[in-house]
Write a protein that binds this ligand. Structure first.
Ligand SMILES: [Zn+2]
Length: 229
Protein backbone atom coordinates (compact mmCIF):
# COMPACT_ATOMS: atom_id res chain seq x y z
CA UNK A 1 0.00 0.00 0.00
CA UNK A 2 1.38 3.42 -0.93
CA UNK A 3 1.34 6.44 1.39
CA UNK A 4 -1.25 7.99 -0.89
CA UNK A 5 -3.65 5.09 -0.71
CA UNK A 6 -2.97 4.87 3.05
CA UNK A 7 -4.04 8.49 3.34
CA UNK A 8 -7.07 8.00 1.10
CA UNK A 9 -8.09 5.02 3.21
CA UNK A 10 -7.70 7.09 6.38
CA UNK A 11 -9.69 10.03 5.07
CA UNK A 12 -12.30 8.03 3.16
CA UNK A 13 -12.56 4.59 4.71
CA UNK A 14 -14.12 2.13 2.29
CA UNK A 15 -17.14 0.47 3.82
CA UNK A 16 -19.03 -2.63 2.77
CA UNK A 17 -22.24 -1.31 1.17
CA UNK A 18 -24.21 -4.23 2.61
CA UNK A 19 -23.15 -4.50 6.27
CA UNK A 20 -21.19 -1.25 6.72
CA UNK A 21 -17.98 -2.97 7.96
CA UNK A 22 -14.58 -1.56 6.94
CA UNK A 23 -13.38 -3.20 3.76
CA UNK A 24 -9.96 -4.83 3.67
CA UNK A 25 -7.59 -3.85 0.89
CA UNK A 26 -8.26 -7.12 -0.94
CA UNK A 27 -12.04 -6.64 -0.82
CA UNK A 28 -13.57 -4.66 -3.64
CA UNK A 29 -17.35 -4.34 -4.05
CA UNK A 30 -18.34 -5.76 -0.65
CA UNK A 31 -16.79 -7.68 2.25
CA UNK A 32 -16.01 -11.36 1.75
CA UNK A 33 -18.69 -12.37 4.26
CA UNK A 34 -21.44 -10.50 2.39
CA UNK A 35 -20.14 -11.69 -0.99
CA UNK A 36 -20.56 -15.31 0.12
CA UNK A 37 -24.18 -14.75 1.16
CA UNK A 38 -25.15 -12.81 -1.96
CA UNK A 39 -28.80 -13.73 -2.80
CA UNK A 40 -28.33 -14.93 -6.36
CA UNK A 41 -31.01 -15.49 -8.95
CA UNK A 42 -29.75 -18.42 -10.91
CA UNK A 43 -31.55 -18.22 -14.23
CA UNK A 44 -30.38 -20.97 -16.54
CA UNK A 45 -32.68 -20.47 -19.53
CA UNK A 46 -32.30 -16.92 -20.86
CA UNK A 47 -34.96 -17.44 -23.56
CA UNK A 48 -37.75 -18.73 -21.33
CA UNK A 49 -38.01 -17.64 -17.73
CA UNK A 50 -40.28 -15.79 -15.31
CA UNK A 51 -39.01 -12.35 -16.38
CA UNK A 52 -39.98 -12.93 -20.00
CA UNK A 53 -43.28 -14.56 -19.10
CA UNK A 54 -44.25 -11.47 -17.09
CA UNK A 55 -43.95 -9.40 -20.30
CA UNK A 56 -45.17 -11.95 -22.88
CA UNK A 57 -48.56 -10.32 -23.43
CA UNK A 58 -46.98 -6.91 -24.01
CA UNK A 59 -43.85 -7.32 -26.09
CA UNK A 60 -41.69 -10.04 -27.63
CA UNK A 61 -38.53 -10.13 -25.52
CA UNK A 62 -35.84 -12.31 -27.14
CA UNK A 63 -33.92 -13.08 -23.96
CA UNK A 64 -33.52 -11.86 -20.44
CA UNK A 65 -31.77 -12.60 -17.20
CA UNK A 66 -31.17 -11.13 -13.77
CA UNK A 67 -28.50 -11.73 -11.14
CA UNK A 68 -29.85 -10.84 -7.72
CA UNK A 69 -32.98 -11.68 -5.74
CA UNK A 70 -34.22 -8.39 -4.39
CA UNK A 71 -35.85 -8.35 -0.98
CA UNK A 72 -36.76 -5.10 0.69
CA UNK A 73 -36.08 -6.57 4.15
CA UNK A 74 -32.69 -8.06 3.38
CA UNK A 75 -29.50 -6.08 4.14
CA UNK A 76 -28.54 -6.67 0.48
CA UNK A 77 -31.24 -4.12 -0.28
CA UNK A 78 -28.52 -1.61 0.76
CA UNK A 79 -26.58 -2.41 -2.42
CA UNK A 80 -29.35 -0.90 -4.53
CA UNK A 81 -30.18 1.91 -2.07
CA UNK A 82 -26.53 3.01 -1.96
CA UNK A 83 -26.15 3.46 -5.69
CA UNK A 84 -29.69 4.70 -6.22
CA UNK A 85 -30.08 7.21 -3.41
CA UNK A 86 -26.70 7.71 -1.70
CA UNK A 87 -24.60 8.86 -4.63
CA UNK A 88 -22.51 5.69 -4.98
CA UNK A 89 -22.44 5.67 -8.77
CA UNK A 90 -19.12 3.75 -8.75
CA UNK A 91 -20.91 0.90 -6.95
CA UNK A 92 -23.37 0.68 -9.88
CA UNK A 93 -20.45 0.50 -12.35
CA UNK A 94 -18.80 -2.29 -10.33
CA UNK A 95 -22.05 -4.25 -10.07
CA UNK A 96 -22.58 -3.74 -13.80
CA UNK A 97 -19.15 -5.28 -14.45
CA UNK A 98 -19.96 -8.22 -12.21
CA UNK A 99 -23.40 -8.72 -13.80
CA UNK A 100 -21.86 -8.68 -17.28
CA UNK A 101 -19.31 -11.35 -16.33
CA UNK A 102 -22.02 -13.53 -14.79
CA UNK A 103 -24.27 -13.10 -17.87
CA UNK A 104 -21.32 -14.07 -20.05
CA UNK A 105 -21.42 -17.55 -18.56
CA UNK A 106 -24.91 -17.95 -20.08
CA UNK A 107 -23.74 -16.66 -23.50
CA UNK A 108 -26.10 -13.77 -22.90
CA UNK A 109 -24.04 -11.31 -24.99
CA UNK A 110 -24.05 -13.38 -28.15
CA UNK A 111 -25.56 -11.34 -31.02
CA UNK A 112 -26.13 -8.24 -28.85
CA UNK A 113 -25.35 -4.88 -30.51
CA UNK A 114 -25.87 -2.30 -27.76
CA UNK A 115 -26.90 -1.56 -24.17
CA UNK A 116 -29.87 0.75 -23.61
CA UNK A 117 -30.36 2.09 -20.06
CA UNK A 118 -33.84 2.74 -18.65
CA UNK A 119 -33.95 6.55 -18.50
CA UNK A 120 -34.76 8.91 -15.65
CA UNK A 121 -36.61 12.19 -16.02
CA UNK A 122 -34.22 15.08 -16.67
CA UNK A 123 -35.09 16.51 -13.28
CA UNK A 124 -34.30 13.29 -11.42
CA UNK A 125 -31.14 12.76 -13.45
CA UNK A 126 -30.02 16.27 -12.57
CA UNK A 127 -30.88 15.86 -8.87
CA UNK A 128 -29.07 12.52 -8.59
CA UNK A 129 -26.17 13.58 -10.79
CA UNK A 130 -26.28 10.35 -12.80
CA UNK A 131 -28.67 7.70 -14.05
CA UNK A 132 -28.00 4.51 -12.07
CA UNK A 133 -29.17 2.28 -14.97
CA UNK A 134 -26.66 4.02 -17.22
CA UNK A 135 -23.89 3.45 -14.64
CA UNK A 136 -24.78 -0.27 -14.55
CA UNK A 137 -24.71 -0.30 -18.36
CA UNK A 138 -21.30 1.40 -18.36
CA UNK A 139 -19.91 -1.32 -16.13
CA UNK A 140 -21.38 -3.92 -18.50
CA UNK A 141 -19.85 -2.06 -21.44
CA UNK A 142 -16.37 -2.30 -19.87
CA UNK A 143 -16.65 -6.09 -19.85
CA UNK A 144 -18.48 -6.67 -23.14
CA UNK A 145 -17.07 -3.83 -25.27
CA UNK A 146 -20.67 -2.98 -26.30
CA UNK A 147 -21.73 0.65 -26.74
CA UNK A 148 -24.21 2.31 -24.36
CA UNK A 149 -26.87 4.16 -26.35
CA UNK A 150 -29.57 6.31 -24.78
CA UNK A 151 -32.39 5.57 -27.21
CA UNK A 152 -35.25 5.90 -24.71
CA UNK A 153 -36.44 9.08 -23.05
CA UNK A 154 -38.76 9.54 -20.15
CA UNK A 155 -41.23 12.13 -21.25
CA UNK A 156 -43.42 13.01 -18.32
CA UNK A 157 -42.75 13.68 -14.71
CA UNK A 158 -44.83 11.19 -12.83
CA UNK A 159 -44.42 9.52 -9.47
CA UNK A 160 -41.29 7.36 -9.07
CA UNK A 161 -42.28 3.70 -9.58
CA UNK A 162 -40.77 2.80 -6.19
CA UNK A 163 -43.56 4.75 -4.44
CA UNK A 164 -46.34 2.75 -6.13
CA UNK A 165 -47.73 -0.78 -6.12
CA UNK A 166 -49.19 -3.25 -8.67
CA UNK A 167 -51.77 -1.78 -11.05
CA UNK A 168 -50.80 1.76 -10.12
CA UNK A 169 -47.26 1.03 -11.37
CA UNK A 170 -48.55 -0.19 -14.72
CA UNK A 171 -50.74 2.86 -15.17
CA UNK A 172 -47.96 5.20 -14.09
CA UNK A 173 -45.49 3.69 -16.56
CA UNK A 174 -47.86 3.75 -19.57
CA UNK A 175 -46.97 6.24 -22.23
CA UNK A 176 -44.19 7.96 -20.32
CA UNK A 177 -41.35 6.46 -22.38
CA UNK A 178 -40.54 7.43 -25.94
CA UNK A 179 -37.78 5.96 -28.06
CA UNK A 180 -36.16 7.11 -31.23
CA UNK A 181 -33.84 4.85 -33.18
CA UNK A 182 -31.43 6.47 -35.68
CA UNK A 183 -31.00 4.70 -39.04
CA UNK A 184 -27.64 3.16 -38.10
CA UNK A 185 -29.24 1.44 -35.12
CA UNK A 186 -32.32 0.03 -36.84
CA UNK A 187 -32.88 -3.72 -36.74
CA UNK A 188 -30.24 -4.22 -34.04
CA UNK A 189 -30.34 -6.35 -30.90
CA UNK A 190 -30.62 -4.24 -27.75
CA UNK A 191 -30.34 -5.12 -24.07
CA UNK A 192 -32.41 -2.79 -21.90
CA UNK A 193 -30.66 -2.36 -18.55
CA UNK A 194 -32.35 -1.48 -15.25
CA UNK A 195 -31.59 -1.75 -11.54
CA UNK A 196 -34.60 -3.66 -10.17
CA UNK A 197 -37.50 -5.37 -11.95
CA UNK A 198 -40.60 -5.59 -9.75
CA UNK A 199 -43.87 -5.86 -11.71
CA UNK A 200 -42.12 -5.39 -15.04
CA UNK A 201 -44.09 -2.17 -15.66
CA UNK A 202 -41.01 -0.05 -16.39
CA UNK A 203 -39.10 -2.61 -18.45
CA UNK A 204 -42.33 -3.50 -20.30
CA UNK A 205 -43.06 0.15 -21.12
CA UNK A 206 -39.45 0.79 -22.24
CA UNK A 207 -39.46 -2.35 -24.41
CA UNK A 208 -42.76 -1.33 -25.99
CA UNK A 209 -41.45 2.17 -26.69
CA UNK A 210 -38.31 0.79 -28.34
CA UNK A 211 -40.26 -1.77 -30.38
CA UNK A 212 -42.69 0.93 -31.43
CA UNK A 213 -39.81 3.12 -32.62
CA UNK A 214 -38.22 0.24 -34.54
CA UNK A 215 -40.34 -2.81 -35.37
CA UNK A 216 -37.25 -4.73 -36.49
CA UNK A 217 -35.38 -4.18 -33.22
CA UNK A 218 -34.70 -7.32 -31.18
CA UNK A 219 -35.19 -6.58 -27.52
CA UNK A 220 -33.59 -8.25 -24.51
CA UNK A 221 -33.71 -7.24 -20.84
CA UNK A 222 -31.19 -7.29 -18.01
CA UNK A 223 -32.33 -5.95 -14.65
CA UNK A 224 -29.57 -6.31 -12.04
CA UNK A 225 -32.10 -7.55 -9.48
CA UNK A 226 -35.56 -9.09 -9.56
CA UNK A 227 -38.10 -8.60 -6.78
CA UNK A 228 -40.46 -11.45 -7.73
CA UNK A 229 -40.24 -15.21 -8.09
ZN1 LIG B 1 -20.36 -6.79 4.37
Amino acid sequence: MSILSDLKELLLPRLCPVCGKLLMESEDVMCAFCAIGLPRHRITNIKDNLLLRMLWDRVDIKKGTTLLAYNHYSPYHNLIINFKFHGMSDLAVKLGRWAAMEAQRLDFWEGVDALVPVPLTRWRRWKRGYNQAEMLARGMAEVTGLPVVNLIKRTKNRKPQSTLKGEARLKNAEGIYRASVPDEWRGKTFVIVDDVMTTGATLGACSEALQHADEQAKICILPLAFAGG
